[in-house]
Structure formats: structure tokens, C-alpha cells
Ligand binder design. Structure first.
Ligand SMILES: NC(=O)c1ccc[n+]([C@@H]2O[C@H](COP(=O)([O-])OP(=O)(O)OC[C@H]3O[C@@H](n4cnc5c(N)ncnc54)[C@H](O)[C@@H]3O)[C@@H](O)[C@H]2O)c1
Length: 326
């Protein structure tokens, strides 16, 4: 099938593009290359346009020719920036979704897989968060994801439209060294950055009510996450999903910050003495997915271990830090 992937030159999108091509699907990418890199997806046609610009609508309409389904990754994802520039975040992420839906409606494409986020849950915490947990985002970034999901439900209420909103937990790792995450926003890249600078990584709080006192999160290997998109795409295009359906994409297993730091120590061979500082405001103690819906309805489950995640991320970091690329 022919699939249009927005944001396909990004970290997660490029992993999905690679898996789609490997199984024989045809891919066209729409991306403004603001945080993406076309070297991640050699040989794949890229339509370069900024989705929230109304001028993108006719461009995307044309790119949708013969396309059966859309996977929508294109979005800004810096939580702190979203707090400082809320209007711009809504314009980019909500406006981008609106323009994409208008283009799809114009040509009658009615299947989508959407990059949502566990950020829609806000302060919900626990070791098995289901999709039915309250959604109460605590920053504009999370709100743009929740609004995106609602837009899909509203569209599905009035015309033939099926979508899966995948709520990612903590994504890390690399399916191939050249596809690694170059943004320093999450724990693993943040620790790597500190190590590069010869500084001690910082751990925010070691007095949480968890076995080792540090926060527990659900880390998902980006290749497992990519496989979830293919499973969701098939469920949407086979008609197994009605309307818009949310799915948690996580492992269901929590790892503490301390365990993560130890795994990085093992992968890098560098001895790490983290510096413990005060808790950060708003960080829940435990956030772990209940991924059982994705297992039963999509036939998907995560396969990689924490060590797989960290060692693949480290190999990628070493390659990208020395200027290597695909
Ligand atoms: N990485 C994570 O931990 C994580 C977690 C939850 C959800 N997500 C979501 O997954 C998606 C992909 O994330 P990623 O980590 O691959 O980020 P990324 O920045 O590497 O990829 C995003 C891609 O979309 C493009 N893009 C962004 N806004 C655009 C716009 N308005 N018009 C056209 N192109 C645009 C960028 O150039 C880039 O290629 C995002 O929507 C993000 O919010 C990511």
C-alpha cells in the first residue's frame, strides 16, 4: 500500500519509514525538515512543506494521490518551549492537524495513525495506566496532543474515518545507529550530553516512594514503537478500528532513573557518579503504561529490553557525535 508519512525525516518517523519500506509498502514523506534530516531516509520522496501553513493544503492534497493511509508524526515536541510559546504550539500542532485533515477530506483518504503521547495523562500516575485514565495535560504540548485526538474523533463522527492515536511512553534507543535521536530532551540523551562534557549527570530527587528512591518510567525501544505503527496502520486500513481509538504504547514494565543510569554505565563503559538534586516540580513518582489494549486489539507487544535500548542509543550517539551518518 502507499502511505503518506508526515514528519518522516524525524527520529521516530524515519524508523517507521524504514520498516514500511522493508515490508514492501510505498512511502511518500511530508516534512519541513525543521528538526528532521533527509539523510535518515535516502531514496524516499520528500514533499517539503510546513503543515500549519494554509498553503500546505493543496500541496498535501497532491501528495495524497493514490495514498491509502496517513501516519502523522509532524509536530513540535519541546515541552518547555510549548510553555513559553503556547500560541505557536497550538498553531503548529493543532493547525497542522487541521490542514492535514482538510487535505485528506478533499481527496477522500480516511485512515490515519497519529503520534499522541502519554503527556495527555498529565499528572496521572501508577504502575499500570490504562487508556481510560483521566486526561488532564499539564502543559500546552500535551494539550495539543489531546486536541489532536479529539479532532480525529470529531471527524470520525461525521464521515467514514478510522484512526489510531498512539500514546507513546518514554521513547529511546535506535533501530540503526544513523537513525538515533539528536534532540537532547529525554533522560538518555541528557545523560549522554553530560558524559560528553565530562560532567556528572543530574538525578532529580532520590526520595520518591520507590524501591531505590528515584522516579520510575516506562522506556520503549523506538523499533518496538515503530512496529506498533505498522500494526495500527493494518488495523485501521482493515477496518478493525471504528472511529478514533487510543492505544498506550509502552512495555508495561517500569525502570528507575538509577537503573537507567546503571544500564548507561554498562553500555558506555564509563563510570557514572550521578549528582542528586531536589525533585522537579510536577514529576510523578511512577508512570508506567498498561499496554494490554495494544496487545489484544493490535496484536503488538514490545520485545526489546532496557539494555537493548541503552546500548543501541549509545552506539548511535558515538556514530553521530563523530559526524557519521547514513
Ligand atoms: N520522541 C518522543 O519521546 C515522543 C514522545 C511522545 C510523542 N512524540 C511525538 O512523535 C512525533 C515525532 O517525534 P520525534 O521524536 O520523531 O520528533 P522529530 O522532531 O525528530 O520529528 C518530527 C518531524 O516532523 C517535522 N515537523 C514538525 N513540525 C512540522 C510541521 N509543522 N510541518 C512539517 N513538518 C514538521 C520535523 O521536521 C521532523 O522531521 C511528534 O509528533 C512528537 O510530538 C514523541
Amino acid at each position: 500500500m502507499r502511505v503518506l508519512v508526515t514528519g518522516g525525516a524525524g527520529y521516530i518517523g524515519s524508523h517507521v519509514v524504514r520498516q514500511l519500506v522493508e515490508r514492501g509498502d510505498e512511502v511518500v514523506v511530508v516534512d519541513d525538515l525543521e528538526t528532521g534530516d533527509e539523510r535518515r531516509i535516502p531514496g524516499i520522496p520528500i514533499v517539503r512543506t510546513e503543515l500549519s501553513d494554509p498553503a500546505a493544503i493543496p500541496v498535501v492534497r497532491e501528495a495524497l494521490s493514490d495514498v491509502a493511509a496517513v501516519i502523522h508524526f509532524a509536530g513540535r515536541k519541546r515541552v518547555n518551549e510549548s510553555v513559553l510559546r503556547p500560541a505557536w504550539y497550538y498553531q503548529q500542532n493543532v493547525g497542522g492537524m487541521a490542514n492535514l485533515l482538510l487535505a485528506m477530506e478533499a481527496v477522500g483518504v480516511g485512515s490515519m495513525v497519529f503520534s499522541s503521547s502519554a503527556a495527555v495523562y498529565g499528572t496521572s500516575e501508577g504502575d499500570s495506566i490504562p487508556e481510560s485514565a483521566p486526561t488532564n495535560p499539564i502543559n500546552p504540548y500535551g494539550s495539543t496532543k489531546l486536541i489532536g485526538e479529539r479532532m480525529l474523533s470529531d471527524v470520525a463522527a461525521v464521515r467514514p474515518f478510522r484512526s489510531a492515536s498512539l500514546r507513546y511512553f518514554n521513547v529511546a534507543g535506535a533501530g540503526a545507529p544513523e537513525l538515533g535521536d539528536t534532540a537532547v530532551l529525554n533522560l538518555v540523551p541528557m545523560v549522554f550530553e553530560r558524559l560528553d562534557a565530562g560532567e556528572a549527570p543530574v538525578v532529580f530527587g532520590a526520595d520518591y516512594p520507590t524501591p531505590d528512591g528515584t522516579c520510575i518510567r516506562d522506556y520503549i525501544h523506538v523499533s518496538d514503537l515503530a512496529a506498533a505503527h505498522l500494526a495500527a496502520l493494518d488495523a485501521v486500513t482493515d477496518g478493525r478500528i471504528d472511529g478514533n481509538r487510543a492505544f498506550n504504547i509502552g512495555t508495561g514494565v517500569g525502570s528507575s532513573v538509577r537503573e537507567m543510569v546503571e544500564a548507561i554505565e554498562q553500555a558506555s563503559g564509563i563510570r557514572i557518579e550521578p549528582r542528586i538534586v531536589e525533585r522537579r516540580e510536577g514529576d510523578p513518582a511512577v508512570v508506567v503504561a498498561d499496554p494490554s489494549r495494544a496487545r489484544s486489539e493490535l496484536g503488538w507487544k514490545a520485545r526489546h529490553t532496557l539494555q537493548d535500548i541503552v546500548s543501541s542509543a549509545w552506539r548511535s550517539h558515538v556514530l553521530l557525535a563523530t559526524g557519521g551518518h547514513a
